[in-house]
Write a protein of this length. Sequence first.
Length: 266
Amino acid sequence: MGILALLKPAAATSVKPDPTVLATGEVRPDLTVLVMGETGTGKSSVVNLLVGTRVAKISPDAKPCTLKTVKYEATIRGRGAQMSVHIWEVRGFNQPVERPRNNSETAFDMDLDLILQANASVDVILFCARGPRLKVTTTGIFQSVNRVFGEHVTIVPVITSLELETNMEGWWERNSVQVNRILVGLRGTEHACITGLQGGRYEAKSAASRASLVSTLEGRHSPRQRSVSLEFILREDVRRNGGQDKMNYAKKRFMLRSNAAARRLV
C-alpha cells in the first residue's frame, strides 16, 4: 500500500473500526515528533513529506523560513496502522537576528516554549543535517541537542538534499567516517537519507524519502512506546547544567517567555 498522509479530516459520518485500537484492546498512542536542526537544513521539507502536502513554507536557497516553532497535526498511514502525529518544527539553530548586539541568543538556544506550554511528551527527534557534505558547524548543534535529549529520546539523523545521489540510502555507508566525525555522540545507527524535492523527476526519490521517514515513526507506534515528558527532560538539563541561577539558565537556554515557565524547570 502506498503511504498516505493527510491533515486531520472532518469526522466521518459512518461508524468504522478505530485504527488506533488493537485487537487486544490496547490503544496506540499519538506520536509527538520534534523536527530540529540548523537553519536551511530542510526541516520544513521534512514536515511536508510527513504530512503529504505543503503545509510548511520552504525556501529554495537555504534562507530561514521557520522564524518560530510551529506545530502541525497530521494523520499518517504507512504499511501498518493509521497514526495520529503531532509534529513540532523547532525554530532553526544559527538563525540570523536583526540586532545581534542587543540579542543574547546563542546558536544553541532552543525555542521550546510553546511545546512546554502544551505539556507535550516526546517520542522521537528528527535531526536534520544538509548533505551531501555535512557542515562542521553541525557538530556543535548536534552535541547541544544530544546533551539535552540524548539520554531520554532517540535522535534520528535525517540527511537532506540528496536528490543528486544515485542511491540516497547508500550515502550513509559511503560517508560513515564523515557522519562519525560530525555527529559526535550519536547513539545507534537509525537514520533517513532523503530529498525534500517533490514531483517531476524527483517523484520516485520523494516517495522513497517519505517511506523512510514514515518507517521511523511506525517503529514507535505501539502501546509499549515510552514517551518522555518534555518538562522532565528540560528539568533534568537545568538540574545538571543550570548552576546557581537556574531560572535565567532555563529562560535563555529554552527561550521561555515567562518566569512561570522557567519555574516549572527549577
